[in-house]
Design a binder for this molecule. Sequence first.
Ligand code: COA
Length: 266
Amino acid sequence: MSTDILSHTENGVRTLTFNRLDKKNSITSAMYAALADGLAAAVSDASIRVVLIQGHEAIFSAGNDIGDFLEKPPAGSDSPVFRFLHGIAAFPKPLLAAVCGPAVGVGTTMLLHCDLVYAGDNAAFSVPFVNLGLCPEAASSLLLPQMLGYHRAAEALLLGEPFMAEAALEVGLVNRVLPPTEVSAYAQAQARKLAAKPLSSLVETKRLMKKGQAQAVAAQMADEGASFGRMLREPAAREAFSAFMERRKPVFSKVCRFSMLCERQI
Ligand code: COA
């Protein structure tokens, strides 16, 4: 497993920890592959009963590594990012997350597939796909409106501004807000409680809760994935990503003209 993702298993709980602090735990394709493999191994290993995903007390994840995404855009459903997204959406055992600090993009959308989420009072959730010239992923365009209500989801997804832990608690995205120093230990204690319960009952209960919309989630992910892959190569995303790398504000007014020109050429 990549050292940017640490894996530790104890008392039936596998803990996967983002360990790329210098880049704000942004996620490369190698990290997605490690996460996807870690989840797949946890499904087949009977001694692993629960998985906990966590970051650092100051940052959960800055989302996709922008440079890595530019260099190696995901190609097809076998690409590491899609393997990871399918892995969390279909993960049959309890899946927990401990989230402190910024949780950007997939840092937030992955939480929609976790069963229990514990947050530090410094947690800041954001889904700024529009600001990057992209569209939502991880079925967040389906699950966020369901969870937040359409208008609050539209505010989160269209404006892309962060919302804080208390707001996330109010809408049910997180189960409990704690001081950042206590989040990991609390989530670990909850995970251990679950690991002591009969696994077959946990798995069946989760299956029954999720089955009503498993197909809709998979279909939404496929639809989003096709658009996301296409939009990654389009001028708006190119401008947003170049601006991020060059530490400047993106200028989308030029991009509209370029896009129209591109459309005319097609
Ligand atoms: N991809 C690649 N590198 C990233 C990154 C990302 N998503 N997010 C942060 N980094 C890198 C920065 O380039 C910087 O690298 P450097 O030290 O080599 O210059 C380092 O991490 C620190 O980032 P910085 O922005 O200085 O930290 P901050 O504490 O001021 O802000 C964030 C933290 C998370 C709020 C901010 O980094 C951010 O908004 N990142 C982009 C998030 C994003 O748009 N993600 C969606 C991708 S689809």
